[in-house]
Design a protein around this ligand. Structure first.
Ligand SMILES: [Zn+2]
Length: 920
């Protein structure tokens, strides 16, 4: 190390300086690590020696160590749990080969064997008990060998093919600061907090590997060779069987290294304004030669940009390295940043700017990232936006019709959507408590806007000098939010209490303005913070009776959502020559406390359900109209990350129907239909629902009470999905219903309530007594549309309309189980989404003496699920003899094709599901 650098370093290392009268101190850890890569096992063998200097005023009897490779040890770690919560099952179902761990540890403190204690909760944290107490101002030497099996790179490090990303790999003490110990399990969402010190790392590996690592390479010959290689003079396969590369870096808190045989290396030097020259490297795969050709320039731009605005880059080298990661984006380590191979050529300058920018925010200004992600990610995002704004405007082709409908700033738009839904969390939230979407929208983006607001309130020049002062006072230290606020307020001379109070609040940063109303064709998300759109689009519909229907759909289901939402779709039916359609209006709001959302709504619809030709030769139609009003309450969860939704809904239907009467005409003795007058009925329905949207074993259940003028029904429906480790899974549906009469049972009542009585076999269009499903033809007994069913009641997928006694219908109770399972994906080509189904049910009458059917009825067969499971086709292959015996009597119905049923399940559509539980 040159002398000048050493003096600078010592000045910065003055660890007990006084900041604004507070006696600041921090611990110091100096590492010497020898490590070998065992390529065939994707493992490391190492020996670590660290000097722990206790600058605290406290005597320490133990040190918490992070053993983060153990996060990959099994599916019971905090890391595994969090990945599942965030919707990923790949690690949970990964085989042993892809798991990772650290072992062969033998901690010695100043040569004396030290006892260890497991952390009560986390596999990847251990307590090393010091044989002798460590007094303030004293140091100890702690050594341990270690063996690490690298995991497959599920998160930030591991192996990926024959490429190695070695990060979070050595036993690393937790931070001990003014607030005490900070042990933390490794997480995918949520970063780090480590002590500053000096690193001296020697890496032994096969000679033909290229290595990119934290710090300065000490092997002059290797460095020369890298630089020659960078100019394109590949010297080819290197001679030695193995090599040992040594890297040193002072004043950092982490060390990462990356090894690959196929790296292309770029190199240049960069002269900083102070006159200091640093080395700039980039390493990437040969397939990225084109995309990464300007990578060195991007790194230089980033270093110059941050140096000029915040404070000069203090290290002697800076590196970016490309690797195949499961995630997009990148990951930063001192002096080196990893960039995902998923990053496109267009995204590369900004991603490099962001990751290199982390050398300032967390690299040098080392806040607790786990607890205060806004202090590194958010402040860094502010500089990303400033970097982009400062770039010369590239000539963009003028936006086309579609692009003009999209938000100018998609992240700002999404933030507004989440804020309007009141599912936002304060900026000051800890990483692991953020929802997946809020971690990026709040910790990054909202903080970026908050910083811009701070810049606006101070003016750019004053803001910049505040940030420079922050850098000067807190570099190589652990600032807390109050320290940041204190520097900004003292430097600017302003009281910024109000601005900083916003960090703990939800809601928009600036009060919402009232919006203008503007019509839009199809949709628009553009300037949605200023405009409410009335969206107009063509509407088309079809059913067998009305035939094609054309009309218009007008609605204000915008994003961010309006409190008052409506849609109106009047349609002219070309068959029935009448106006049909649907309409709905609702008012929803988000109260505070135990209720997340309340919506009051009313809807109406009208369609035809029968057609015929009357005795005069005129086409006649009859159908239904429906009014429904509802109130729906969605309950709040204890934590934002909860994936459970509980709701209660009361809905009341008024339905008018007019069927046909048939009468014989005297002249030809043919039965002709005539329209009946409308008769109306009502139905009240109270439903309590619970849904768990988790990705592993999701379930839902509804308890529903329905009541009409002559009956009541209690329905219990549940679904449970059992994931298979190889993908797909088994869905189990449970259904039970209790039916009863209001008042005395009479034969007339029993007949009239027929369609309301629960049944086991397939439910048909005429039995959809709330008109809640879409049917092509509700009242057909022949043709394709007669084969449509809905998943309701017992849901045995066999139509038994011809056999009154074979429907498993009951005016008492029924119960059923429905299984469907995906087939192993090796068995079938990807384009053939075939499943197996099996339905079993029983009903009250089957348990009486002399029942008409067996006690249990079953149907099994093949199911084809299309269009994201919205259309399902069922082919029964085996079923109860009760069914087969009767079907034999009607050979024309007993064919394979006639027994096939299908369901169109658009009523399953759910915004939270289609956004993969990201938005709700
Ligand atoms: Zn970042």
């Amino acid at each position: 190390m040159p002398v000048v650098k050493k003096i600078l370093f010592l000045a910065a290392c003055n660890l007990t300086l006084s900041l604004y009268g507070q006696n600041y101190w921090q611990q110091e850890i100096n590492y010497t690590i020898d490590v070998s890569l065992i390529e065939s096992e994707s493992s490391l063998d190492g020996f670590m020696k660290l000097q722990y200097i206790n600058h605290s005023p406290d005597t320490l009897s133990f040190i918490w160590f992070h053993l983060w490779p153990n996060a990959y040890k099994n599916d019971k770690t905090a890391f595994s749990d969090q990945l599942l919560e965030n919707g990923r099952t790949d690690f949970y179902f990964s085989d042993k080969e892809k798991r990772g761990y650290i072992n062969h540890l033998d901690f010695r403190v100043d040569g004396v064997a030290a006892q260890t204690q497991d952390h009560p909760e986390y596999f990847d944290i251990i307590k090393v008990l010091l044989p002798l107490p460590l007094a303030p101002g004293k140091a100890v030497q702690i050594t341990t060998p270690f063996h690490e099996k690298l995991p497959y790179n599920f998160s930030r490090g591991g192996y990926s093919g024959k490429s190695f990303q070695v990060t979070q790999w050595y036993p690393k003490p937790a931070v001990y600061d003014q607030q005490g110990w900070h042990p933390m399990p490794y997480l995918d969402q949520g970063e780090f907090y480590s002590e500053f010190g000096n690193f001296d790392v020697r890496i032994t590996l096969p000679g033909n590997f290229l290595v990119a690592a934290t710090g300065e390479l000490q092997n002059e010959e290797e460095k020369r060779w890298l630089k020659i290689n960078a100019r394109g003079n590949m010297t080819g396969f290197r001679e030695s069987q193995t090599k040992t590369l040594e890297y040193k870096q002072n004043n950092i808190h982490d060390f990462a290294w990356f090894a690959d045989r196929n790296f292309v290396v770029n190199y240049d030097s960069l002269l900083l304004p102070s006159g200091k020259t640093i080395e700039v490297f980039s390493f990437y795969g040969p397939d990225k030669t084109e995309a990464w050709k300007n990578s060195i320039r991007f790194v230089k731009d980033a270093v110059v940009f941050h140096s000029s605005l915040i404070g000069e880059y203090p290290y002697s080298c800076v590196t970016v390295v490309e690797a195949a990661l499961e995630r997009s984006g990148g990951m930063e380590y001192p002096t080196i940043a990893l960039i995902s191979s998923q990053i496109s050529e267009k995204q590369l300058p900004l991603v490099i700017e962001h990751e290199v920018g982390h050398n300032w925010f967390y690299g040098i200004l080392a806040n607790n990232e786990r607890s205060f992600p806004w202090m590194d990610e958010g402040i860094n995002t502010y500089y990303d936006r400033r970097f982009m704004a400062g770039k010369a405007k590239v000539e963009k082709p003028s936006p086309d019709w579609f692009q003009r409908k999209l938000p100018d700033d998609p992240l700002k738009f999404l933030l507004a959507v989440v804020t309007k839904e009141k599912s936002d969390q304060p900026i000051s939230t800890s990483s692991e408590q953020f929802t997946r979407v809020n971690y990026s929208l709040i910790a990054y983006e909202k903080t970026g806007f908050w910083m811009k607001q701070l810049e606006d309130s101070l003016g750019v020049a004053l803001f910049d000098s505040c940030m420079q002062e922050y850098f000067r006072l807190w570099r190589y230290k652990h600032p807390y939010p109050k320290d940041f606020q204190s520097v900004i307020e003292k430097t600017s001379g302003k009281n910024l209490e109000g601005q900083f109070a916003l960090l703990d609040k939800t809601g928009p940063l600036t009060p919402e303005k009232s919006k203008k109303i503007k019509p839009s064709f199809l949709f628009s998300l553009h300037n949605s913070d200023k405009i409410d759109y009335l969206n107009l689009l063509p509407a088309v519909g079809y059913n067998l009776y009305d035939q094609f229907m054309v009309g218009a759909l007008i609605h204000n289901y915008d994003l961010p959502a309006n409190n008052f939402q409506f849609l109106l779709a009047p349609m002219y039916a070309t068959g029935s020559r009448q106006f049909n359609g649907i309409g709905r209006a609702g008012y929803g709001w988000n109260p505070e406390g135990r209720i997340r959302k309340i919506e009051i709504a009313a809807g109406a619809s009208r369609f035809s359900t029968l057609k015929g030709i009357d005795s005069n030769g005129n086409k006649i139609f009859s159908g239904f109209f429906k009014f429904a009003s509802s109130i729906r309450i969605v309950f709040a969860n204890k934590t934002f990350r909860s994936q459970v939704e509980k709701w209660l809904e009361f809905k009341s239907f008024i339905i008018g129907e007019n069927g046909f009467n048939y009468y014989l005409k005297s002249t030809d003795s043919v039965a002709y239909p005539a329209k009946q007058p409308y008769s109306t009925r009502y139905l009240n329905q109270l439903t309590f629902g619970i849904v768990n949207y988790r990705v592993l074993y999701p379930y839902d259940a509804q308890l529903q009470i329905q009541q009409g003028s002559e009956f009541y029904r209690i329905n219990l429906t549940g679904n449970y999905f059992l994931n298979y480790s190889t993908g797909g899974g088994l869905n189990v549906r449970m259904f039970a219903a209790k039916f009863g009469y209001l008042g005395e049972k009479t034969p007339a009542k029993a007949l009239e309530t027929g369609i309301y009585q629960p049944k086991l076999t397939a439910t048909r269009g005429n039995e959809d007594f709330t008109y809640s499903n879409y049917f092509i033809g509700r009242n057909e007994f022949s043709g394709l549309s007669s084969q449509q069913i809905m998943i309701k009641d017992g849901a045995l997928k066999l139509r038994t309309d011809l056999f009154e006694g074979l429907q498993g219908r009951s005016d008492n109770w029924i119960a059923a189980l429905n299984f469907n399972s995906t087939l192993p994906n090796k068995l079938l080509p990807a384009w053939l989404p075939l499943k197996l189904f099996l339905d079993i049910g029983t009903y009250a009458d089957a348990w009486q003496s002399n029942p008409t059917t067996s006690r249990f009825l079953y149907v099994g067969g093949l199911q084809l699920s299309l269009f994201k499971n919205y259309i399902n086709i069922y082919a029964p292959l085996l079923y109860s003899s009760d069914f087969s015996d009767n079907l034999k009597t009607v050979p024309e119905e007993n064919t394979f094709w006639r027994k096939i049923s299908f369901s169109i399940d658009i009523q399953r559509f759910n915004f939270r599901s289609i956004t993969r539980n990201l938005l709700y």
